[in-house]
Design a protein around this ligand. Structure first.
Ligand SMILES: Cc1ncc(COP(=O)(O)O)c(C=O)c1O
Length: 374
């Protein structure tokens, strides 16, 4: 164990610290890493694969709008999604607080990506993991989680207040077991902190402070809240836009003050929410944007065809909204959004002709993109 100062607290940190590219490691940790690796470019384990993702210019969309539309390639995290960042912080908090001891079990309610990040980290650190998932999530994510050795329990979708809700079941299981920890990504502020300490600073650094707006969807709200809080501290004029998919309640909440679902079914996974999570509470948000499923699917296919980027539904949603913001703000602005995960996770959903037909979305796909569907 080394002693490391994080967020103003001196904590005991085991052999990992993570995010070394953002220079968060304390001196003693850096010294230990130097001893272990000798070479400065070497990653010392899976933890070091979280964060430090590149910002990619979306060239055609930037040229069409006269803005710089930049997408943070979160699918390039080691576990393949934006959720590796909070996964690291959540597990680190569990270990540092002493609530998770060697050989223990991480338990979480997840749409899949947080679970995937946690499962990789549990493997690399010797912990077990159990995940409750809404049973409407992609089979690809469930299969991947099981391949990573996680126990996956898909459960029916019921409201937050119902004891059978996937999060409440995760909490109850953790309560009933010895040496088990419910990471609770929705209300655990370690989630938001991961983005405040890494994603936000990376965007600020990589745009040389020129960013004018960030445009991000929310599931837990950790990404948007952490990034918008950090960036507005650097420059209060930076605008933060919340992006919301069909069926979610946040658009109506921010526009009309009512937690009511918006129209439509919602093809994008990991985004949308029916309550204000602790992570989202008080986040500085300037406006909300609703994106329809057809725009999500068509933008995913546009990114694939124009930019060579194979990404999932929440990425399509984010980019469509960033394009809309660029048009509204006018030429000369720098708009940053995120590509949250890769397209492989939705092969049988967004990239399936049958699935799109069933959802009434196939006809609306531009003909030139239809060859990408199977
Ligand atoms: C694919 C995807 N996009 C976006 C998000 C939203 O991120 P956040 O939970 O930080 O709001 C998630 C969260 O699970 C996700 O899995």
């Amino acid at each position: 164990m080394a002693s490391c100062k994080f967020g103003g607290l001196v904590q005991n940190v085991p052999r990992f610290c993570g995010f070394r590219h953002v220079a968060l490691r304390c001196a003693s940790q850096q010294a230990a890493a130097t001893r272990q690796t000798k070479a400065s470019g070497v990653k010392t384990g899976f933890m070091d694969l979280a964060g430090g993702t590149p910002l990619i210019r979306l060239n055609r969309m930037s040229e069409e709008t006269g803005c710089e539309i930049l997408a943070k390639a979160e699918f390039m995290n080691g576990g393949g999604s934006v959720k590796d960042r909070p996964a690291l912080y959540l597990i680190r908090e569990a270990v540092n607080s002493g609530k998770l001891r060697p050989g223990g079990t991480i338990i979480e309610g997840t749409a899949g990506n947080t679970g995937i990040g946690l499962a990789h980290m549990c493997n690399s650190m010797g912990y077990k993991c159990v995940f409750y998932m809404p049973n409407i999530m992609s089979q690809e994510k469930i299969d991947l989680l099981r391949t990573l050795g996680a126990e996956v329990r898909p459960v029916p979708v019921v409201p937050w207040s119902d004891p059978a809700n996937y999060n409440n079941q995760a909490a109850a299981l953790a309560e009933s077991m010895d040496n088990a920890y419910w990471t609770h990504q929705f209300d655990n502020l370690a989630n938001k902190r991961s983005h405040y300490e890494t994603t936000g600073p990376e965007i600020w650094r990589d745009t040389d402070g020129t960013v004018d707006a960030v445009v991000l969807g929310t599931g837990t709200g950790g990404t948007l809240a952490g990034v918008s809080t950090y960036l507005k501290e650097q420059n209060p004029d930076i605008k933060a836009f919340l992006v919301d998919p069909p069926g979610s309640m946040l658009y109506n909440y921010f526009k009309h003050g009512k937690l009511e679902p918006s129209e439509g079914r919602g093809i994008a996974e990991g985004v949308g929410q029916t309550r204000i999570t602790k992570n989202l509470e008080g986040a500085p948000i300037d406006d909300a944007i609703y994106v329809a499923d057809q725009d999500i699917v068509n933008t995913v296919l546009r990114l694939l065809n124009e930019d060579g980027l194979f990404v999932g539904g929440s990425s399509g949603m984010n980019v469509f909204a960033a394009y809309t913001v660029a048009q509204k703000m006018g030429p000369g602005h720098t708009i940053v959004t995120a590509l949250c995960d890769g397209g492989q996770r939705y092969f049988n959903k967004i990239f399936s002709q049958a699935e799109l037909e069933e959802r009434g979305l196939y006809e609306g796909v531009p003909d030139e993109y239809k060859r990408c569907l199977h």
